[in-house]
Design a protein around this ligand. Structure first.
Ligand code: FES
Length: 152
């Protein structure tokens, strides 16, 4: 069975009909063409698919799209304002906080969530609250520095 769902993604309203089993991640990537959010494990273990739903961080691979009627979703594509990068995007560049880059969109969205939640008081706190985001290249030290820089 499929259902219709209307939601806002990065400030734009969409109404789509999807199979009831469709994840938010697949909705974003396959139906809306927003491929910034990445599919790593597709099982809630890596954080590459992290997006904000009504301001809260979620693993979009574990979230059913049809449950999101009227939700406001923010993906990595929605963070910059025109040509102006989000301060955390700029900080990732400044701190060289990636190698392969696959986890980066999820890391950045998670870091933005962390900043909004006020969990950036110390490097230890950032590490704790970003612990759901795995980086196989092991860039954790620089990722934490980037969140510290953006939290200023
Ligand atoms: Fe969603 Fe890994 S792809 S947590």
């Amino acid at each position: 069975p499929s259902s219709r769902v209307s939601l806002t993604v990065n400030g734009k309203r969409y109404t789509v009909t999807v199979d009831n089993r469709t994840s938010l991640l697949d909705l974003l990537r396959e139906h809306l063409g927003l491929t910034g959010s990445k599919k790593g494990c597709n099982a809630g273990a890596c954080g590459a698919c992290t997006v904000l739903v009504d301001g809260r961080r979620v693993n979009s691979c574990l979230t059913l799209a049809v449950r999101l009627e009227d939700a406001a979703v923010t993906t990595v594509e929605g963070l910059a304002k025109g040509d102006q990068l989000h301060p955390l995007q700029q900080a990732f560049i400044d701190q060289d906080a990636f190698q392969c880059g696959y986890c980066t969109p999820g890391q950045i969205v998670s870091g933005v969530g962390c900043m909004q939640e006020g969990h950036t008081g110390s490097a230890e706190e950032i590490r704790e609250w970003m612990s759901g985001n795995i980086c196989r290249c092991g860039c954790y030290v620089k990722i934490v520095r980037a969140v510290e820089q953006a939290s200023g």
